[in-house]
Design a binder for this molecule. Structure first.
Ligand SMILES: [Zn+2]
Length: 174
């Protein structure tokens, strides 16, 4: 029965929700960037999303492999999360948005601010240089709008599901 054991969850709540966001990231069909987002309030998940073409818009290989077409049509994980909440009539006011593995872009930042998100939590990974301007603008907007942004260490670059969370630094960010 050992193989039925679920992987051990990280101890810290921020890490747990980032792990969940990473799970949704894995559902993205985007060949180059897979991002997941989870909106949480009082430790309960309100909505989730991952990047992809809008529902009903055919995500053919031709579209997904053409960078320009893909960038034009793709709904980012954070936007999909906000749209899902809207479809279900769920308010995100005061919620925290967990995004894996990248910082929110400036377009999503403006949407998250308008949706009433209070906190944004991302893993503390190296940010790809090509989106640095957008990330910096997002951070500047969040600061101005009073939205906090936290970068959480995940102790290892690839698989946070592994039982590798070290008590020492879990304590230090708790
Ligand atoms: Zn975005």
């Amino acid at each position: 029965m050992d193989n039925l054991k679920a992987p051990k969850a990280p101890k810290h709540w921020d890490q747990r929700f980032l792990v969940i966001a990473s799970h949704f990231a894995g559902w993205s069909k985007d060949p180059s960037t897979k991002v997941g987002a989870v909106a949480v309030r009082n430790r309960r998940i309100l909505a989730q999303g991952y990047n992809g073409l809008p529902a009903g818009v055919h995500d053919s290989d031709a579209r997904l492999k053409n960078r320009e077409t893909r960038l034009e049509m793709t709904v980012h994980a954070e936007m999909n999360c906000v749209a899902m909440a809207a479809q279900n009539g769920v308010s995100l006011v005061g919620a925290t948005m967990y995004v894996w593995p990248l910082m929110t872009c400036s377009r999503c930042a403006s949407m998250l601010i308008q949706a009433g998100i209070n906190n944004v939590v991302v893993p503390d990974y190296v940010e790809p240089q090509r989106w640095q301007d957008s990330f910096d603008m997002a951070r500047a907007m969040f600061i101005e709008a009073g939205v906090s942004v936290s970068r959480i260490p995940m102790n290892g670059p690839i698989n946070p599901m592994e039982d590798s969370v070290n008590d020492e630094w879990t304590e230090s960010i708790a």
